[in-house]
Each structure stands twice: as structure tokens, then as C-alpha cells.
Ligand binder design. Structure first.
Ligand SMILES: NC(=O)c1ccc[n+]([C@@H]2O[C@H](COP(=O)([O-])OP(=O)(O)OC[C@H]3O[C@@H](n4cnc5c(N)ncnc54)[C@H](O)[C@@H]3O)[C@@H](O)[C@H]2O)c1
Length: 237
């Protein structure tokens, strides 16, 4: 594939490494607004764009890919308050958007375990969930997109919960604590506690490779498809 990298930070560079190992070509690298002015016109020659930038930037980059008719795989998190508008734009214009809060296969399996555990515990109100997510200090958004997905999945699977909170949880609320330290690539822990015991599930990323490999897998999968897709579509979960 001829790939455009939108964002050449930690994730963009990791995607580049794996793309080159897999003999794809990186034909365009955009890492700031000036790059867009200088070489943005080459976007339309790419088979796919892979976007890892910043919450405030992602929306504009998605629009640019729609305009250029280039499928876009978005890893940036923190822009989902505008998801519906972007999704409608994609569908009405016959464009291609693949998004995920987390491209790692392990995390997507963890999402499934989380949904099942939340559904199992619906019948046992003595158990209450709490989540802790830990990431490196440069991460801009909190809670992480992955933590928000996990919380929303609990809400969808267990009618006892209706929202998440970063404060002390009230009835029906799931507490999320975000910790920013060192160079941690991403750790998510959910604990369901009762007075007599607790059940804990954890996913701990050892690096960024799984995330970057998943984004590339998505970029290949999305070729010749129109619409809005996410990891569930690839993994049949
Ligand atoms: N979905 C996932 O699996 C996943 C995995 C890791 C990180 N993320 C998310 O991806 C995003 C990027 O993460 P990162 O660790 O690579 O961040 P980073 O800060 O290392 O890189 C972001 C890059 O975007 C560039 N940038 C700024 N403005 C731009 C513009 N207008 N156009 C193109 N590029 C521009 C910056 O120069 C920077 O190099 C964050 O939102 C992070 O939370 C998602």
C-alpha cells in the first residue's frame, strides 16, 4: 500500500517501522500544519492515511481525507464528541473511516472479557466496578479512550450502571482513576469488589508495537470498503 502518515510522533514512527518491514511504502508524512501547506496535495495519491495526532487535530485531518477520497484509519482519541457528525459525513459522502480507541488484538479480546464479566455480574448487585488506567506523562486526554470504551461497554452490558465519573462514584456510576507516570504504554485494570471478595481483570501493553500493527491491519482491511468501521468488524466480536 501507498501510505500517508498523518502525525509522526510516537505512534506514527512505530507504524512506519512495521509498514516498512511489511514492504509497504510511506509516500507522505504530515506532522504539522506547515506540512499540509507544503505537501498536502499528495494525499490524493495514497491508498490510505493513518492518523495518530491530537484530539483537536483529528477532525480536520479526517475531513481532509474525505475530501481527497482517501480511506482514513484514525487512532487519535479524544474527539468522539463529534463522532456522529463525522460518521454521518462519511456515510452520506460514501467515504471510508476506520477508527478505534485501541488497535491491539489483546485489548480487543480484553474488551470482550469486560463485556461478558459486566453481563455476568448484573445479577449480583453486591459487586461494584472501578477502573484504573495508567499511561505515560505525555498523553493529552484522560480518561484514556480505551478506558471510556471499557466503561461504556460495562454500561451497555449491565443495567445497574449508567455513567462513569472521575470523582467519588454515586449509585450507578463507574469510577475511573487516570494515572500519568513514566513511559507506561497503557495499562487498564477493572476491579469488581464486594464485601467478601473481588474480581480483577488487567490488560498491560508491553509497548506500542501491537497498536501500530493493528492500525496497519486495519489499513489493509479497509481497502475497497466504504463506510464506518472499527475493530469489531475485523475481529468478528
Ligand atoms: N487507538 C490506539 O490504538 C492508540 C494508541 C496509542 C495512542 N493513541 C492516540 O493517538 C494519538 C497520538 O499518540 P502519539 O503517542 O503518537 O502522540 P505524539 O504526541 O507522540 O504524536 C502526535 C504527533 O502529531 C503531530 N501533529 C500536530 N499537528 C498536526 C497536524 N495538523 N497534522 C498532522 N500531524 C500533526 C505532532 O507534531 C506529533 O508528532 C493520541 O490521541 C493518543 O491517545 C491511540
Amino acid at each position: 500500500m501507498k501510505i500517508a502518515l498523518l502525525g509522526y510522533g510516537k505512534m506514527g514512527r512505530e507504524v512506519e517501522k512495521i509498514a516498512l518491514e511489511q514492504e509497504h511504502s510511506i509516500v507522505l508524512i504530515i506532522d504539522n500544519e506547515n506540512d499540509w501547506l507544503e505537501k498536502g496535495e499528495f494525499l490524493k495519491e495514497c491508498d490510505v492515511a493513518i492518523e495518530f495526532t491530537m484530539p483537536a487535530i483529528a477532525i480536520e485531518n479526517i475531513r481532509r481525507c474525505f475530501d481527497a477520497n482517501v480511506p482514513i484509519v484514525v487512532g487519535t482519541t479524544g474527539w468522539y464528541d463529534q463522532f456522529q457528525e463525522i460518521s454521518d459525513l462519511c456515510v452520506s459522502g460514501n467515504k471510508t473511516l476506520f477508527y478505534s480507541t485501541n488497535f491491539s488484538i489483546g485489548v480487543n479480546i480484553f474488551f470482550d472479557i469486560n463485556r461478558r464479566l459486566a453481563a455476568l455480574l448484573e445479577a449480583y448487585p453486591m459487586y461494584s466496578p472501578a477502573m484504573v488506567e495508567i499511561h505515560h506523562t505525555q498523553k493529552l486526554d484522560a480518561p484514556s479512550g480505551t478506558a471510556i470504551t471499557l466503561a461504556n461497554d460495562i454500561i451497555a452490558a449491565n443495567s445497574r450502571f449508567t455513567k462513569f465519573t472521575e470523582a467519588d462514584p454515586g449509585p450507578g456510576e463507574i469510577a475511573i482513576q487516570s494515572i500519568r507516570e513514566g513511559n507506561v504504554p497503557g495499562t487498564h485494570t477493572i476491579t469488581w469488589s464486594s464485601e467478601i471478595d473481588q474480581i480483577t481483570i488487567t490488560h498491560e501493553a508491553k509497548g506500542r508495537r501491537g497498536l501500530a500493527a493493528g492500525a496497519l491491519m486495519a489499513a489493509e482491511w479497509v481497502q475497497n470498503k466504504n463506510g464506518v468501521f472499527t475493530m469489531k468488524d475485523i475481529l468478528n466480536m
